[in-house]
Design a protein around this ligand. Sequence first.
Ligand code: FAD
Length: 420
Amino acid sequence: MFTGDCLRRFGLEQTKVCIIGAGPAGLMASIHCAAANAETAVFETNTTAGRKLLLTGGGRCNLTHLASPDEIVRSFGPKGRFLSYCLHKFPPEHVRRFFRELGLESVVEKDDCVFPSSDRAEDVRDCLINHAKNLNVRFYFDKSVKRITREGSFFAVHTDREIIVAEKVIIATGGLSFPQTGSTGDGYRFAKELGHTIVEPRASLVPLVTRENWPGLIAGTAVENVKISARIDNKKITTAGALVFTDNGIGGLAAWDMSRHLTDRLPAQKPVEITIDLVPAMNETEFEAYLLGLFAKYPKRTIINVLFDLVPKKLAGFLCRRAGIAEITGSQLKKGYRIKITQLLKKLPLSIKSTRPIAEAIVTRGGVSTAEINTKTIESKICPGLFFAGEVIDVDGPCGGYSLQICWSTGALAGSEAAK
Ligand SMILES: Cc1cc2nc3c(=O)[nH]c(=O)nc-3n(C[C@H](O)[C@H](O)[C@H](O)COP(=O)(O)OP(=O)(O)OC[C@H]3O[C@@H](n4cnc5c(N)ncnc54)[C@H](O)[C@@H]3O)c2cc1C
């Protein structure tokens, strides 16, 4: 057990708060901790902070979503209630103000997604780390934490070479997705060793694997805006956004959001049938009328050449060839063909047999059980002085800046509370 005498005798380094992980949650926690005048140290496996943060939003960082705290809570499903307090304390508008005060303006784009005006995730990361350093946060890069032990009223944080003694510890090690960025699930082990229950980690916001092989034939083809529908437990679920055909199925925002509803049942249960609406801006009647207009205008063009106006060339060509109608021209078009085309573009069927592995997921579902964390402090109910922030907690939401918002809100609360 560590005592003041023992710390002096062995010259062990000490800090008030030790944060494990310099991702978005750990960085935000460190800033709130140091701003409250608590001595703060951050350990990070990588040689730099926020490797995953740099990948966010395709390098542009969708840093939050312009929704009210209650809307965000609802979008996270049954576990969302756990987030209510911290989201009300540090909602999206505060996040935008926080970054603005650090010199980083943000803009609201399509579907209320918020991005930095500079369009660079790097700027988000840099302004966090610079601010933390200005507040005297001590960073230990290239230092992987191996173990955390409770020693009386202290924690001992062990790396390969040193032990740092801390009054409080914040675990902000992320989940299991994209492990090449440093999130390899260590936080789950630390939490478990300190008495916590870990809800089995699974892939969420992840590409889907189809029973059909044909998507592989047009892999890489992207459609900007589609709607995907499925009937799950007698409820119609619809997701929207971009779609990309992949070697073994589908990816893109619409598929990732659909994966949230499928990950708990696949591959154990039978495949889930989905339909893809490739032209969601029109209903079926409008679409048929639109087709008639197009064919009347271009009676000599083949169907493929007419559909090019609506969906990418490769996809239109592929679908028409598959349906055996590629060479038909507008003047030959019978009602049966029109119905066929409408079905193809408005209700393209696919059967989902599994999700891609967790390593390819945008976020991890599962993690430290929310039942064992105090919602108002983000402190462990089991191990006083231990806090959690970010994706390591068992909550997961939709695409659109929601995941980072949770890192900011839980990080800010954990940091301020641990500093007390
Ligand atoms: C490709 C991609 C795009 C995304 N885009 C968006 C987006 O635009 N908007 C959005 O809201 N979300 C997005 N996300 C999700 C978002 O990036 C994550 O939810 C978020 O990064 C989680 O933050 P975190 O701080 O909890 O964990 P992480 O970002 O995973 O950070 C954890 C840190 O802990 C470190 N660490 C782990 N173990 C140890 C250890 N033992 N010792 C020391 N350090 C350790 C890791 O090296 C890592 O740096 C995206 C994810 C991916 C993969």
